[in-house]
Design a protein around this ligand. Structure first.
Ligand SMILES: [Zn+2]
Length: 472
């Protein structure tokens, strides 16, 4: 699945859900549910997909389901299979996209729960969400927007992989809500421009609506690219914007996409800020104080790894393998951030970080379908200079698959361990092999057994060496 198509799907839902004056939706004007907060914050584990999509468990009626947290969606959207099974009465309605209007169906959900939040008689859209499963490998049963989330302040910690409901701790940076909920916007300024951006946990990019830009002075043009979403193909311009502020906080140079839209005075915002950029690793929506806050720049301590999947793995296997490697490095005290990059497909430029120059903090990994006969290593190879430094490694997918067939440890698990091993070569440099643990040069029953138990790790010494080798 093309990542850009996918993020556009979420944009679609955002724009589709953009409320217009005079057509206010019948949302209960619930205040934050402060009574539940007396018990302290409620923590839910999250799954991250494609590095930015947040999926948590919630329920509709008594059914446990997967919810995608999308602060750009309004109202929430529930998969039609679920609304059909519940035999809810559907009401056809048309919603407007940025450049056309489409047919959808409205239903009223009897109840929906997420952490401390309970909503009853909730009006939502009923749509076929199977595209999300095709994109992430996981079933997503509902896209939950701020019509639901506004009932409790919340924090998303992308690094600890958890979502906390309740009072927001004070984060390093914050900006006042300019509007919302339902669509929370903050002010973005650069040079003489002022724009209102909708904060969107459902997208990775900063996107600006062309009709809202009086002029593009101050943008450095990086080219035009053609992308597609469920409403068809469209073009967008990639630009670099220096000196950007959110509220009064400087967030610095940003890569943005400018998309053509139809000017509509009903729109209350000029663009969309996907918050899982490199600089956001924790975000919070505080509905009591009406502030959006975030931690930024701390991912500077993370090693980013641009991953190129030439073997065309299922997105789920790749995501699980990445999670496995993240876990192994977490144990060694090293944060890893995977960036999906694929030059052979049309989404080559989807993540600006794919173009970052290689360094000790920015490594590259390619999963190739077949082993190179010339290589000594069976499962992969790390390319090191004579000085023992390097930033490129390959994984041989057929060998990994064979290893999984031989030992039945699970494809994603085996792949994640092999990825962790090859990255270990890049981070540790020459002579990285050890007799035991993840850097053992050949894996047999003992290593595979430990991999399946989650205990095939770096040694304390290797962890110390790796932490010491990173620039601070
Ligand atoms: Zn090795």
């Amino acid at each position: 699945m093309n990542r850009r198509i996918f993020s556009s799907c979420l944009l679609l839902i955002l724009v589709l859900s953009n409320p217009r004056p005079g057509k206010a939706q019948p949302i209960n004007p619930d205040l934050p549910e402060t009574h539940s907060l007396a018990q302290g914050p409620i923590k839910l584990p999250i799954r991250l997909h494609l590095g930015y999509l947040v999926v948590v468990e919630g329920s509709i009626g008594n059914q446990k389901l997967n919810f995608l947290i999308d602060t750009g969606a309004y109202p929430s959207v529930v998969d039609q299979k679920i609304t059909h099974d519940l035999r809810l009465g559907e009401e056809p309605s048309r919603v407007r996209l940025s450049n056309k209007s489409i047919q959808t169906r409205r239903v009223v959900l009897p109840s929906l729960s997420l952490g401390p939040i309970h909503a009853e008689s909730l009006p939502v859209l009923s749509e076929d969400l199977s595209f999300l499963q095709r994109a992430t490998g996981y079933k997503v049963d509902a896209i939950v927007g701020l019509d639901v989330l506004r009932k409790s302040s919340f924090t998303i910690d992308y690094r600890a992989k958890e979502m906390l409901f309740g009072p927001v701790e004070s984060l390093a940076f914050s900006a006042a809500f300019e509007t919302g909920p339902p669509i929370v916007t903050v002010r973005m300024t650069f040079q003489t421009h002022q724009l209102l951006l909708a904060i969107d946990t459902g997208g990775p990019d900063l996107m600006l609506f062309n009709s809202r830009l009086s002029d593009s002075t101050g943008f450095q043009e990086l080219g035009t690219e053609k992308v597609a979403d469920v409403s068809g193909a469209f073009q967008r311009r990639r630009v670099r914007i220096p000196g950007v502020f959110l509220g009064s906080e400087k967030i610095g140079e940003q890569i943005a996409f400018v998309i053509d839209d139809q000017k509509d005075d009903g729109d209350r915002f000029d663009g969309v800020l996907g918050v899982r950029g490199p600089q956001f690793w924790k975000v919070a929506f505080d509905f009591e104080r009406r502030r959006f806050s975030w931690e930024q720049g701390a991912d500077a301590s993370a090693i980013t790894v641009a991953i190129y999947d030439d073997a065309q793995l299922s997105p789920r296997v790749l995501a699980d393998a990445e999670d496995e490697a993240i876990r192994i490095y977490q144990k060694a005290g090293i944060p890893i951030l995977w960036i999906g990059c694929n030059p052979s497909k049309t989404d080559a430029k989807s993540d600006p970080r794919c173009q970052d120059p290689p360094s000790a903090m920015h490594l590259n990994m390619r999963i190739v379908p077949h082993a190179r006969k010339s290589s000594d290593d069976i499962f992969g190879v790390a390319f090191l200079s004579a000085e023992g430094t390097g930033a490129y490694s390959d994984i041989f997918y057929d060998s990994v698959e064979q290893l999984d067939r031989d030992w039945h440890v699970g494809l994603a698990r085996v792949l994640g361990h092999v990825m962790a091993h090859e990255l270990g070569h890049l981070i540790l440099g020459s002579n990285a092999h050890s007799r035991q643990g993840i850097m053992c040069p050949s894996w047999h029953v003992d290593e595979l057994h430990r991999a399946s138990m989650g205990t095939l790790l770096f040694s304390e010494e290797q962890g110390r060496l790796m932490r010491g080798s990173l620039p601070r």
